[in-house]
Ligand binder design. Structure first.
Ligand code: ARG
Length: 460
Protein backbone atom coordinates (compact mmCIF):
# COMPACT_ATOMS: atom_id res chain seq x y z
CA UNK A 1 0.00 0.00 0.00
CA UNK A 2 1.28 3.45 -0.91
CA UNK A 3 2.38 5.50 2.07
CA UNK A 4 0.02 8.42 2.74
CA UNK A 5 1.51 11.88 3.18
CA UNK A 6 -0.82 12.27 6.15
CA UNK A 7 -0.15 8.75 7.51
CA UNK A 8 2.01 9.66 10.54
CA UNK A 9 -0.67 9.68 13.18
CA UNK A 10 -2.43 6.52 11.95
CA UNK A 11 -1.84 3.06 13.39
CA UNK A 12 -4.21 1.37 10.95
CA UNK A 13 -4.05 1.25 7.17
CA UNK A 14 -6.91 2.87 5.28
CA UNK A 15 -9.71 0.53 4.27
CA UNK A 16 -9.85 0.01 0.49
CA UNK A 17 -13.49 1.02 0.42
CA UNK A 18 -12.58 4.33 2.05
CA UNK A 19 -9.93 4.93 -0.57
CA UNK A 20 -12.43 4.30 -3.34
CA UNK A 21 -15.07 6.44 -1.66
CA UNK A 22 -12.87 9.45 -0.93
CA UNK A 23 -10.74 9.58 -4.07
CA UNK A 24 -11.09 12.51 -6.44
CA UNK A 25 -8.22 11.81 -8.80
CA UNK A 26 -10.57 10.16 -11.29
CA UNK A 27 -11.90 13.66 -12.04
CA UNK A 28 -9.50 16.20 -10.51
CA UNK A 29 -6.66 14.88 -12.69
CA UNK A 30 -8.03 17.42 -15.16
CA UNK A 31 -6.54 20.06 -12.85
CA UNK A 32 -2.99 18.80 -13.39
CA UNK A 33 -1.73 21.74 -15.44
CA UNK A 34 -3.12 24.24 -12.94
CA UNK A 35 -1.82 22.19 -10.01
CA UNK A 36 1.68 22.13 -11.43
CA UNK A 37 1.63 25.80 -12.42
CA UNK A 38 0.60 26.64 -8.84
CA UNK A 39 3.37 24.47 -7.42
CA UNK A 40 6.01 26.07 -9.63
CA UNK A 41 4.96 29.57 -8.60
CA UNK A 42 4.88 28.43 -4.97
CA UNK A 43 8.39 26.95 -4.98
CA UNK A 44 9.79 29.98 -6.80
CA UNK A 45 8.38 32.11 -4.00
CA UNK A 46 9.78 29.72 -1.35
CA UNK A 47 13.22 30.20 -2.91
CA UNK A 48 12.80 33.96 -3.07
CA UNK A 49 12.02 34.24 0.64
CA UNK A 50 14.75 31.75 1.55
CA UNK A 51 12.57 28.85 2.72
CA UNK A 52 14.01 26.54 0.03
CA UNK A 53 17.53 26.89 -1.46
CA UNK A 54 17.45 28.23 -5.02
CA UNK A 55 19.16 25.22 -6.59
CA UNK A 56 16.66 22.87 -4.95
CA UNK A 57 13.76 25.05 -6.10
CA UNK A 58 15.13 24.76 -9.62
CA UNK A 59 15.31 20.98 -9.33
CA UNK A 60 11.71 20.94 -8.14
CA UNK A 61 10.59 23.18 -10.97
CA UNK A 62 12.35 21.02 -13.53
CA UNK A 63 10.92 17.78 -12.13
CA UNK A 64 7.43 19.30 -12.04
CA UNK A 65 7.82 20.11 -15.73
CA UNK A 66 8.71 16.48 -16.45
CA UNK A 67 5.71 15.27 -14.48
CA UNK A 68 3.46 17.61 -16.45
CA UNK A 69 4.83 16.20 -19.72
CA UNK A 70 4.24 12.64 -18.52
CA UNK A 71 0.64 13.40 -17.62
CA UNK A 72 0.05 15.26 -20.88
CA UNK A 73 1.40 12.33 -22.89
CA UNK A 74 -0.66 9.80 -20.94
CA UNK A 75 2.42 8.10 -19.48
CA UNK A 76 1.48 8.84 -15.86
CA UNK A 77 -0.17 6.18 -13.66
CA UNK A 78 -3.07 7.40 -11.51
CA UNK A 79 -4.07 5.25 -8.52
CA UNK A 80 -7.07 5.66 -6.23
CA UNK A 81 -5.03 5.10 -3.04
CA UNK A 82 -3.25 8.39 -3.73
CA UNK A 83 -6.56 10.21 -3.43
CA UNK A 84 -6.19 13.32 -5.55
CA UNK A 85 -4.12 15.11 -8.16
CA UNK A 86 -2.18 17.02 -5.50
CA UNK A 87 -0.88 13.87 -3.81
CA UNK A 88 -0.05 12.27 -7.15
CA UNK A 89 2.09 15.16 -8.29
CA UNK A 90 3.83 15.43 -4.94
CA UNK A 91 4.47 11.69 -4.76
CA UNK A 92 5.96 11.68 -8.26
CA UNK A 93 8.16 14.58 -7.22
CA UNK A 94 9.43 12.82 -4.10
CA UNK A 95 10.07 9.67 -6.12
CA UNK A 96 12.33 11.75 -8.37
CA UNK A 97 14.01 14.06 -5.88
CA UNK A 98 13.74 12.41 -2.46
CA UNK A 99 14.11 14.89 0.42
CA UNK A 100 14.25 17.89 -1.91
CA UNK A 101 10.79 17.00 -3.21
CA UNK A 102 9.55 16.79 0.39
CA UNK A 103 10.01 20.58 0.72
CA UNK A 104 7.43 21.65 -1.85
CA UNK A 105 4.47 21.44 0.51
CA UNK A 106 6.02 24.05 2.86
CA UNK A 107 3.47 26.66 4.01
CA UNK A 108 0.76 25.06 1.94
CA UNK A 109 -2.18 22.73 2.41
CA UNK A 110 -4.25 20.81 -0.10
CA UNK A 111 -7.09 23.08 0.97
CA UNK A 112 -5.56 26.27 -0.41
CA UNK A 113 -3.97 24.22 -3.20
CA UNK A 114 -7.24 22.87 -4.59
CA UNK A 115 -8.82 26.31 -4.18
CA UNK A 116 -5.98 27.75 -6.27
CA UNK A 117 -6.19 25.01 -8.89
CA UNK A 118 -9.93 25.52 -9.25
CA UNK A 119 -9.58 29.27 -9.61
CA UNK A 120 -6.94 28.85 -12.30
CA UNK A 121 -9.13 26.28 -14.03
CA UNK A 122 -12.28 28.40 -13.88
CA UNK A 123 -10.29 31.37 -15.18
CA UNK A 124 -9.15 29.26 -18.13
CA UNK A 125 -12.61 27.79 -18.66
CA UNK A 126 -14.17 31.27 -18.59
CA UNK A 127 -11.92 32.35 -21.45
CA UNK A 128 -12.72 29.16 -23.38
CA UNK A 129 -16.46 29.79 -23.12
CA UNK A 130 -16.04 33.47 -23.92
CA UNK A 131 -14.24 32.65 -27.17
CA UNK A 132 -17.07 30.29 -28.14
CA UNK A 133 -19.68 32.94 -27.36
CA UNK A 134 -17.88 35.33 -29.68
CA UNK A 135 -17.78 32.66 -32.39
CA UNK A 136 -21.54 32.18 -32.07
CA UNK A 137 -22.18 35.92 -32.16
CA UNK A 138 -20.06 36.09 -35.30
CA UNK A 139 -22.16 33.34 -36.86
CA UNK A 140 -25.37 35.31 -36.15
CA UNK A 141 -23.94 38.64 -37.34
CA UNK A 142 -22.33 36.86 -40.29
CA UNK A 143 -25.71 36.06 -41.79
CA UNK A 144 -27.32 39.48 -41.29
CA UNK A 145 -26.42 40.80 -44.76
CA UNK A 146 -27.51 37.58 -46.45
CA UNK A 147 -30.92 37.77 -44.73
CA UNK A 148 -31.19 41.58 -44.73
CA UNK A 149 -34.44 41.75 -46.70
CA UNK A 150 -36.22 38.77 -45.19
CA UNK A 151 -39.29 39.66 -43.15
CA UNK A 152 -40.42 37.12 -40.58
CA UNK A 153 -43.52 37.10 -38.45
CA UNK A 154 -42.57 38.14 -34.93
CA UNK A 155 -44.38 36.22 -32.21
CA UNK A 156 -45.72 36.81 -28.75
CA UNK A 157 -47.50 33.95 -26.98
CA UNK A 158 -46.48 31.96 -30.08
CA UNK A 159 -49.11 33.90 -32.03
CA UNK A 160 -48.22 36.07 -35.02
CA UNK A 161 -47.76 39.59 -33.69
CA UNK A 162 -45.81 42.06 -35.85
CA UNK A 163 -43.43 41.70 -38.78
CA UNK A 164 -39.71 41.65 -37.94
CA UNK A 165 -36.59 41.70 -40.10
CA UNK A 166 -34.60 38.45 -39.93
CA UNK A 167 -31.38 40.24 -38.84
CA UNK A 168 -33.36 41.71 -35.94
CA UNK A 169 -33.89 38.13 -34.75
CA UNK A 170 -30.22 37.28 -35.16
CA UNK A 171 -29.10 40.34 -33.21
CA UNK A 172 -31.56 39.56 -30.41
CA UNK A 173 -29.51 36.43 -29.76
CA UNK A 174 -26.29 38.45 -29.94
CA UNK A 175 -27.62 40.65 -27.13
CA UNK A 176 -28.35 37.63 -24.94
CA UNK A 177 -24.91 36.21 -25.61
CA UNK A 178 -23.37 39.57 -24.79
CA UNK A 179 -24.99 39.54 -21.36
CA UNK A 180 -23.55 36.05 -20.97
CA UNK A 181 -20.13 37.46 -21.80
CA UNK A 182 -20.63 40.19 -19.22
CA UNK A 183 -21.51 37.63 -16.56
CA UNK A 184 -18.37 35.66 -17.39
CA UNK A 185 -16.19 38.77 -17.20
CA UNK A 186 -17.71 39.67 -13.87
CA UNK A 187 -17.26 36.18 -12.49
CA UNK A 188 -13.69 36.08 -13.80
CA UNK A 189 -12.85 39.21 -11.83
CA UNK A 190 -13.91 37.62 -8.54
CA UNK A 191 -12.29 34.31 -9.49
CA UNK A 192 -8.93 35.85 -10.23
CA UNK A 193 -7.83 36.21 -6.60
CA UNK A 194 -5.12 34.05 -5.02
CA UNK A 195 -6.09 31.75 -2.11
CA UNK A 196 -2.67 30.05 -1.85
CA UNK A 197 -0.94 30.87 1.44
CA UNK A 198 -4.19 30.51 3.36
CA UNK A 199 -2.79 27.02 4.01
CA UNK A 200 -5.25 24.72 5.82
CA UNK A 201 -7.39 27.56 7.23
CA UNK A 202 -5.25 29.85 9.38
CA UNK A 203 -2.35 30.95 7.19
CA UNK A 204 1.29 30.25 7.98
CA UNK A 205 3.88 31.19 10.58
CA UNK A 206 6.52 31.10 7.83
CA UNK A 207 7.56 34.32 6.03
CA UNK A 208 5.82 33.60 2.71
CA UNK A 209 5.18 36.27 0.06
CA UNK A 210 1.66 35.78 -1.27
CA UNK A 211 1.78 38.83 -3.51
CA UNK A 212 4.77 37.30 -5.27
CA UNK A 213 2.84 34.08 -5.98
CA UNK A 214 -0.17 36.08 -7.16
CA UNK A 215 1.82 37.99 -9.75
CA UNK A 216 3.57 34.84 -10.97
CA UNK A 217 0.17 33.22 -11.58
CA UNK A 218 -1.50 36.30 -13.04
CA UNK A 219 -3.92 36.75 -10.14
CA UNK A 220 -5.14 40.30 -9.73
CA UNK A 221 -5.33 40.17 -5.97
CA UNK A 222 -4.59 38.13 -2.86
CA UNK A 223 -7.47 36.77 -0.77
CA UNK A 224 -7.46 38.68 2.52
CA UNK A 225 -8.91 36.10 4.90
CA UNK A 226 -7.45 32.61 5.17
CA UNK A 227 -10.64 31.03 6.56
CA UNK A 228 -12.63 32.32 3.61
CA UNK A 229 -9.92 31.82 0.98
CA UNK A 230 -9.37 28.14 1.75
CA UNK A 231 -13.06 27.26 1.61
CA UNK A 232 -14.75 29.77 -0.74
CA UNK A 233 -16.35 28.23 -3.82
CA UNK A 234 -18.63 31.14 -4.72
CA UNK A 235 -16.74 31.51 -7.98
CA UNK A 236 -17.63 27.93 -8.93
CA UNK A 237 -21.31 28.64 -8.36
CA UNK A 238 -21.15 31.92 -10.23
CA UNK A 239 -19.49 30.26 -13.19
CA UNK A 240 -22.02 27.41 -13.08
CA UNK A 241 -24.81 29.99 -13.12
CA UNK A 242 -23.26 31.88 -16.04
CA UNK A 243 -23.03 28.55 -17.89
CA UNK A 244 -26.63 27.74 -17.05
CA UNK A 245 -27.82 31.06 -18.45
CA UNK A 246 -25.93 30.32 -21.67
CA UNK A 247 -27.58 26.91 -21.81
CA UNK A 248 -30.98 28.52 -21.22
CA UNK A 249 -30.36 30.93 -24.08
CA UNK A 250 -29.24 28.13 -26.40
CA UNK A 251 -32.22 26.08 -25.35
CA UNK A 252 -34.71 28.81 -26.31
CA UNK A 253 -32.98 29.33 -29.62
CA UNK A 254 -32.88 25.57 -30.23
CA UNK A 255 -36.59 25.27 -29.55
CA UNK A 256 -37.32 28.16 -31.90
CA UNK A 257 -35.32 26.67 -34.73
CA UNK A 258 -36.78 23.20 -34.17
CA UNK A 259 -40.21 24.76 -34.70
CA UNK A 260 -39.07 26.89 -37.60
CA UNK A 261 -37.65 23.88 -39.40
CA UNK A 262 -40.88 21.84 -39.18
CA UNK A 263 -43.07 21.30 -42.26
CA UNK A 264 -45.73 23.25 -40.37
CA UNK A 265 -43.62 26.41 -40.06
CA UNK A 266 -41.30 25.79 -43.01
CA UNK A 267 -39.21 28.88 -42.26
CA UNK A 268 -35.84 27.22 -42.12
CA UNK A 269 -33.83 24.35 -43.59
CA UNK A 270 -31.14 22.98 -41.28
CA UNK A 271 -27.85 21.79 -42.78
CA UNK A 272 -28.23 18.04 -43.30
CA UNK A 273 -24.77 17.40 -41.95
CA UNK A 274 -26.14 18.62 -38.61
CA UNK A 275 -29.24 16.41 -38.66
CA UNK A 276 -29.72 12.69 -38.07
CA UNK A 277 -32.18 10.07 -39.30
CA UNK A 278 -34.56 7.42 -38.05
CA UNK A 279 -33.84 3.69 -37.93
CA UNK A 280 -37.38 2.84 -39.01
CA UNK A 281 -38.79 5.82 -40.94
CA UNK A 282 -36.63 6.26 -44.04
CA UNK A 283 -37.81 9.79 -44.81
CA UNK A 284 -36.88 11.37 -41.48
CA UNK A 285 -34.32 14.19 -41.20
CA UNK A 286 -34.36 15.08 -37.51
CA UNK A 287 -33.06 18.14 -35.67
CA UNK A 288 -31.34 16.01 -32.99
CA UNK A 289 -28.50 18.45 -32.43
CA UNK A 290 -30.91 21.23 -31.57
CA UNK A 291 -32.93 18.86 -29.42
CA UNK A 292 -29.82 17.84 -27.50
CA UNK A 293 -28.70 21.43 -27.09
CA UNK A 294 -32.13 22.00 -25.56
CA UNK A 295 -31.96 18.72 -23.62
CA UNK A 296 -28.45 19.12 -22.27
CA UNK A 297 -29.57 22.33 -20.62
CA UNK A 298 -31.02 20.02 -17.97
CA UNK A 299 -27.47 19.04 -17.00
CA UNK A 300 -26.42 22.65 -16.46
CA UNK A 301 -29.53 23.32 -14.38
CA UNK A 302 -29.02 20.12 -12.39
CA UNK A 303 -25.35 20.84 -11.79
CA UNK A 304 -26.14 24.34 -10.59
CA UNK A 305 -28.75 22.91 -8.26
CA UNK A 306 -26.24 20.35 -6.96
CA UNK A 307 -23.68 23.07 -6.26
CA UNK A 308 -26.19 25.24 -4.44
CA UNK A 309 -27.27 22.34 -2.25
CA UNK A 310 -23.67 21.27 -1.70
CA UNK A 311 -22.59 24.65 -0.38
CA UNK A 312 -25.68 25.16 1.76
CA UNK A 313 -25.01 25.01 5.50
CA UNK A 314 -21.25 24.43 5.32
CA UNK A 315 -19.49 25.94 8.34
CA UNK A 316 -16.05 27.51 8.00
CA UNK A 317 -13.57 26.50 6.84
CA UNK A 318 -12.68 23.66 4.42
CA UNK A 319 -15.00 20.65 4.46
CA UNK A 320 -14.51 17.58 2.33
CA UNK A 321 -17.97 18.12 0.84
CA UNK A 322 -16.31 20.76 -1.34
CA UNK A 323 -14.58 18.05 -3.32
CA UNK A 324 -18.00 17.28 -4.78
CA UNK A 325 -18.04 20.69 -6.50
CA UNK A 326 -15.43 19.69 -9.07
CA UNK A 327 -17.54 17.22 -11.06
CA UNK A 328 -20.65 19.35 -11.66
CA UNK A 329 -18.40 22.30 -12.47
CA UNK A 330 -16.54 20.36 -15.13
CA UNK A 331 -19.67 18.70 -16.45
CA UNK A 332 -21.41 22.05 -16.93
CA UNK A 333 -18.36 23.42 -18.70
CA UNK A 334 -18.04 20.40 -21.02
CA UNK A 335 -21.74 20.44 -21.80
CA UNK A 336 -22.04 24.13 -22.60
CA UNK A 337 -18.74 24.25 -24.51
CA UNK A 338 -19.91 21.35 -26.71
CA UNK A 339 -23.31 22.96 -27.30
CA UNK A 340 -21.69 26.24 -28.31
CA UNK A 341 -19.31 24.39 -30.63
CA UNK A 342 -22.29 22.95 -32.49
CA UNK A 343 -24.50 26.02 -32.35
CA UNK A 344 -22.13 28.21 -34.38
CA UNK A 345 -22.00 26.05 -37.54
CA UNK A 346 -25.74 25.41 -37.32
CA UNK A 347 -26.44 29.13 -37.23
CA UNK A 348 -24.12 29.73 -40.16
CA UNK A 349 -25.36 26.78 -42.20
CA UNK A 350 -29.16 27.00 -41.96
CA UNK A 351 -31.12 28.54 -44.85
CA UNK A 352 -34.25 30.64 -44.56
CA UNK A 353 -37.06 29.37 -46.80
CA UNK A 354 -37.78 32.79 -48.27
CA UNK A 355 -40.62 31.82 -50.59
CA UNK A 356 -42.50 29.83 -47.96
CA UNK A 357 -42.13 32.64 -45.42
CA UNK A 358 -43.25 35.34 -47.85
CA UNK A 359 -46.21 33.32 -49.09
CA UNK A 360 -47.83 33.29 -45.64
CA UNK A 361 -46.61 36.64 -44.32
CA UNK A 362 -50.01 38.24 -44.97
CA UNK A 363 -51.65 35.88 -42.52
CA UNK A 364 -52.28 37.11 -39.01
CA UNK A 365 -52.80 40.85 -39.71
CA UNK A 366 -49.24 41.68 -38.69
CA UNK A 367 -49.84 45.29 -39.77
CA UNK A 368 -52.69 45.99 -37.33
CA UNK A 369 -50.48 47.74 -34.78
CA UNK A 370 -48.92 50.00 -37.41
CA UNK A 371 -52.42 50.90 -38.62
CA UNK A 372 -53.29 51.82 -35.04
CA UNK A 373 -50.19 54.03 -34.84
CA UNK A 374 -51.24 55.64 -38.15
CA UNK A 375 -54.50 56.66 -36.45
CA UNK A 376 -52.62 57.90 -33.38
CA UNK A 377 -50.53 60.11 -35.64
CA UNK A 378 -53.84 61.53 -36.95
CA UNK A 379 -54.78 62.54 -33.39
CA UNK A 380 -56.88 59.56 -32.32
CA UNK A 381 -56.34 58.56 -28.67
CA UNK A 382 -54.54 55.19 -28.44
CA UNK A 383 -57.36 53.32 -26.73
CA UNK A 384 -59.84 54.59 -29.32
CA UNK A 385 -57.50 53.72 -32.21
CA UNK A 386 -56.98 50.24 -30.74
CA UNK A 387 -60.74 49.68 -30.66
CA UNK A 388 -61.29 50.98 -34.19
CA UNK A 389 -58.55 48.79 -35.65
CA UNK A 390 -59.89 45.86 -33.68
CA UNK A 391 -63.24 46.26 -35.48
CA UNK A 392 -61.49 46.55 -38.86
CA UNK A 393 -59.48 43.39 -38.16
CA UNK A 394 -62.70 41.62 -37.22
CA UNK A 395 -64.26 42.73 -40.50
CA UNK A 396 -61.23 41.50 -42.49
CA UNK A 397 -61.26 38.20 -40.58
CA UNK A 398 -64.96 37.68 -41.29
CA UNK A 399 -64.39 38.27 -45.00
CA UNK A 400 -61.20 36.23 -45.08
CA UNK A 401 -59.14 39.14 -46.45
CA UNK A 402 -56.15 41.29 -45.42
CA UNK A 403 -56.56 44.75 -43.89
CA UNK A 404 -55.08 46.11 -47.13
CA UNK A 405 -57.96 44.51 -49.08
CA UNK A 406 -60.66 46.51 -47.27
CA UNK A 407 -62.10 49.37 -49.34
CA UNK A 408 -61.39 52.95 -48.28
CA UNK A 409 -65.02 53.39 -47.22
CA UNK A 410 -64.51 50.80 -44.46
CA UNK A 411 -61.58 52.85 -43.11
CA UNK A 412 -63.61 56.06 -43.47
CA UNK A 413 -66.48 54.47 -41.62
CA UNK A 414 -64.12 53.72 -38.78
CA UNK A 415 -62.59 57.19 -38.82
CA UNK A 416 -63.94 59.74 -41.34
CA UNK A 417 -60.71 61.72 -41.64
CA UNK A 418 -58.82 58.80 -43.13
CA UNK A 419 -57.80 59.01 -46.79
CA UNK A 420 -56.04 56.70 -49.24
CA UNK A 421 -52.80 57.42 -47.37
CA UNK A 422 -53.92 54.72 -44.92
CA UNK A 423 -52.79 52.04 -47.38
CA UNK A 424 -49.23 53.30 -46.89
CA UNK A 425 -49.36 51.82 -43.39
CA UNK A 426 -50.59 48.42 -44.54
CA UNK A 427 -48.83 45.20 -45.44
CA UNK A 428 -45.89 43.62 -43.56
CA UNK A 429 -43.19 45.36 -45.61
CA UNK A 430 -44.65 48.81 -44.97
CA UNK A 431 -45.27 47.98 -41.33
CA UNK A 432 -41.58 47.12 -40.91
CA UNK A 433 -40.47 50.16 -42.89
CA UNK A 434 -42.57 52.41 -40.63
CA UNK A 435 -40.58 51.49 -37.51
CA UNK A 436 -38.29 54.30 -36.41
CA UNK A 437 -37.74 53.98 -32.64
CA UNK A 438 -34.29 53.15 -31.31
CA UNK A 439 -33.85 49.38 -31.06
CA UNK A 440 -36.85 48.70 -33.28
CA UNK A 441 -36.98 46.42 -36.29
CA UNK A 442 -37.04 49.38 -38.72
CA UNK A 443 -34.58 48.87 -41.60
CA UNK A 444 -32.49 51.91 -40.65
CA UNK A 445 -32.33 50.87 -36.99
CA UNK A 446 -31.38 47.32 -37.88
CA UNK A 447 -28.74 48.53 -40.32
CA UNK A 448 -27.18 50.64 -37.57
CA UNK A 449 -27.20 47.74 -35.14
CA UNK A 450 -25.66 45.39 -37.68
CA UNK A 451 -22.92 47.95 -38.23
CA UNK A 452 -22.33 48.28 -34.49
CA UNK A 453 -22.09 44.50 -34.08
CA UNK A 454 -19.77 44.09 -37.05
CA UNK A 455 -17.47 46.69 -35.55
CA UNK A 456 -17.47 45.24 -32.08
CA UNK A 457 -16.87 41.71 -33.42
CA UNK A 458 -14.32 42.96 -35.94
CA UNK A 459 -16.25 41.62 -38.90
CA UNK A 460 -15.76 44.63 -41.17
N1 ARG B 1 -9.37 16.36 -3.09
C1 ARG B 1 -9.65 17.44 -2.17
C2 ARG B 1 -10.70 18.38 -2.80
O1 ARG B 1 -10.91 18.36 -3.98
C3 ARG B 1 -8.41 18.23 -1.87
C4 ARG B 1 -8.35 18.79 -0.51
C5 ARG B 1 -8.43 17.75 0.51
N2 ARG B 1 -8.04 18.23 1.78
C6 ARG B 1 -8.11 17.48 2.88
N3 ARG B 1 -7.64 17.95 3.94
N4 ARG B 1 -8.59 16.28 2.82
O2 ARG B 1 -11.35 19.12 -2.09
Amino acid sequence: MAEKPWGGVFDQATDRRVEQFTESVSFDQRLFAQDIAGSIAHVQMLAKVGLVPSDEAQQIEHALGEIRDEIEQGRFAFRAELEDIHMHVERALVERLGDVGRKLHTARSRNDQVATDLRLWVRWATDEIDARLVALQRAFVGRCDRDADVILPGYTHMRRAQPVLAPHYWLAYCEKLDRDRGRLADCRRRTNVLPLGAAALAGSSLPIDRQDVASRLGFEGVAANSLDASSDRDFVLEFAFALTMIAEHLSGWGEEWILWSTAEFDFLTLPESFCTGSSIMPQKINPDVLELIRGKTARAVGNLQALLVLQKGLPLAYNRDLQEATLPLMNSFDTVAASLDLAAPLVAGAELNRAAIAERLDRGHLDATTLMEHLIRRGVPQRTAHGLVGRLVRKAMDQGVRLADLPLEDFRQAYPELDAGVYEALGPAKAVAAMISYGSTGPEQVKQQVRRWKESLQLT
